[in-house]
Design a protein around this ligand. Structure first.
Ligand code: ATP
Ligand code: MG
Ligand code: MG
Length: 554
């Protein structure tokens, strides 16, 4: 189920609603920087912010593009973010905002701080600013520009805006405390000069607000109640609160939670971008990527991702989550939703010598054997020449291999018992070309009238009636649980075998018209999804979403 699980943030919101702290309002926001595609870590934040808003009458969650950083942003990213949040099942209604829409008001707030003696223009070089800041164990030193008059500061700040000074030559800084035990409060920068064109505001600005100034004020302007962010912003909270207090404006409450880290993957947009740019993957939506678009293309459902995000919980301590939790979430969701069909990943020809040459039987098979009426039936053609999986035959079977082997009888799913008589090999290479069998016509439907049992049931397709397709099998993108650990370049930890392409797979006839995005369980081999990019009517491409828990025969 989709029931929200209790967590400390939900508890805070519930308490606030009870006490009427925010006048009964619940307004959260999800504030991505449009400098990359969203990943599964963002999904955690989306589910939390939009999820909480949904739980209260009149609750709202804003989608805010945090686009205060002018160089790295891109329209493509914004569109992708919008698509991904919608696909996850959330809706911001009218409440789509851009932090850059607040540039004029942020400027006015900065002027207000200068007028009240709480901000000053500083001419120290970036290197000097660093030196003056001090360390965790040593207090910093006041900037020689700290005592400038309000008039001088106003004049200089206006001229900064007018473009009179080069990049990096001056900063607007908050005047707080150079001896504060919190480094973030040692006169942090509020504005810097960057003569860079902004995607939305064009050349209007050459000074841009810093994150710590823009973010809290954006929250305040939008009258956000609970500003939920990840733990690395815990120290920033002191500055968040200082700015809002100094300006005596509406004061949203910042609450931090532990970010999602997933084993065998990476979450940093910068690193994901590197994988895309250096072509380690086919794009942001490569089905191996931990991006929402990658997971979607792989075949994940929005429900599975939402369930995963609920299940991992929301805490205050950083931790790593096993990727099996994500895989289980999708398995569980698809288990009840997907039709069962037969597909052969690596075909091996099977010939039934005593089956009539031209006979084709149309066998009835349920799409959902556990509850056949639920999804109905389809006809599966059966004939003398079939394909089975190469892995379902062993010439010299190991102990407990219950599938096909010389002299061995097995059940063909929905069809007959067959007994292997011999194999035909390529004379030169020794490769097995055909497995020959006889079938028992009395066992039609899969049971023997004399009550004899077989230990293995294998799947198959009719050679002449099946559809050739391409199948793509995915493995973890990285070989190690913590890519890049120990100072290594994370790229060195990539799994060279994360994609296996099978160009000669076969699926049963009923899948011939499968549409992009459709999901199926191929019996015994996993859940598959028709690729939305590379699949065509005459060349179907199936992505394996995830394996079944148990890929061995019953
Ligand atoms: P990156 O470091 O990958 O660039 P970011 O945090 O800078 O990520 P933003 O676009 O600023 O990316 O993120 C938007 C929101 O998503 C923020 O509120 C951030 O806290 C949240 N978020 C980002 N990564 C994670 C994660 N791994 N787990 C939970 N929330 C996350
Ligand atoms: Mg950020
Ligand atoms: Mg970032």
């Amino acid at each position: 189920g989709n029931k929200p699980s209790p967590n400390f943030i939900r508890h805070i919101v519930a308490e606030d609603t009870k006490t009427g702290k925010w006048g009964g309002r619940v307004v959260t926001r999800f504030p991505p920087e449009p400098n990359g595609y969203l990943h599964i870590g963002h999904a955690k934040s989306i589910c939390l912010n939009f999820g909480i808003a949904k739980e209260y009458e009149g609750g709202k969650c804003h989608l805010r593009f945090d686009d205060t950083n002018p160089t790295k942003e891109d329209e493509e990213y914004k569109e992708a973010i919008i698509e991904d949040v919608k696909w996850l099942g959330f809706d911001w209604g009218e409440n789509l905002f851009h932090a850059s829409d607040y540039f004029e008001r942020l400027y006015e707030f900065a002027v207000q701080l200068i007028k009240s003696g709480k901000a000053y223009v500083c001419d120290l070089s970036p290197e000097e600013v660093r030196q003056y800041r001090g360390t965790l164990t040593e207090p910093g030193k006041n900037s020689p520009y700290r005592e400038r008059s309000v008039e001088e500061n106003l004049d200089l700040f206006e001229r900064m805006r007018a473009g009179e000074f080069p990049d990096g030559s001056r900063l607007l800084r908050a005047k707080i405390d150079m001896a504060s035990p919190k480094l973030i409060l040692r006169d942090p920068a509020l504005y810097r000069i960057r003569k860079v064109r902004h995607e939305r505001t064009g050349d209007k600005w050459c000074i841009y607000p810093m994150y710590d100034f823009a973010h809290c004020l954006s929250d305040s302007l939008e009258r956000i109640t609970h500003s939920i962010c990840t733990l690395e912003f815990e120290d920033n909270r002191a500055l968040y609160d200082w700015v809002l207090d100094a300006l005596e404006v509406y004061h949203s409450q910042q609450i931090e939670f532990a970010r999602l880290n997933l084993d065998f993957t990476i979450m940093s947009k910068r690193k994901l971008l590197q994988l895309v740019e250096q072509k380690y993957v086919s794009g942001w939506d490569d089905p191996r990527m931990p991006t929402i678009s990658g997971l979607r293309r792989r075949g994940f459902t929005p429900e599975s991702i939402r369930n995963f995000c609920e299940r991992i919980g929301v805490g205050k301590k950083d931790s790593w989550i096993g990727i099996d939790k994500l895989e289980n979430a999708i398995r569980e969701d698809l288990n009840t939703k997907t039709p069962r069909v037969m597909g052969i990943l690596r075909p091996l020809k099977l010939v039934i010598d005593n089956y009539p040459d031209d006979l084709v039987e149309e066998l009835e098979a349920p799409y959902f054997p556990d509850d056949p009426p639920k999804m109905g039936f389809r006809k599966v053609p059966f004939s003398k020449e079939l394909y089975v999986e190469q892995t379902d035959f062993m010439e010299e079977p190991f102990k407990k291999f219950w599938r096909l082997a010389p002299g061995r009888e097995v059940r063909l799913r929905w069809a007959y018992f067959v007994t292997c008589t011999h194999v035909v090999k390529d004379e030169e290479t020794g490769e097995i070309l055909e497995v020959h069998c006889t079938y028992d016509p009395e066992t039609k439907g899969g049971d023997a009238p004399d009550g004899r049992k077989v230990k293995g049931t294998i799947h198959w397709v009719s050679a002449a009636h099946s559809v050739p397709v391409e199948v793509r099998l995915y493995d973890r993108l990285f070989e190690v649980a913590r890519p890049g650990e120990g100072g290594k370049d994370f790229v060195e930890d990539l799994n060279a075998n994360s994609l296996e392409t099978l160009p000669e797979s076969r699926v049963e006839r009923s899948l011939g018209q499968a549409k992009p995005g459709e999901r199926y369980q191929f019996e015994r081999t996993g859940y598959f999804c028709v690729d939305t990019k590379d699949s065509a009517e005459d060349h179907l491409v199936f992505n394996r979403i995830v394996t079944l828990r148990d890929t061995w025969a019953k």
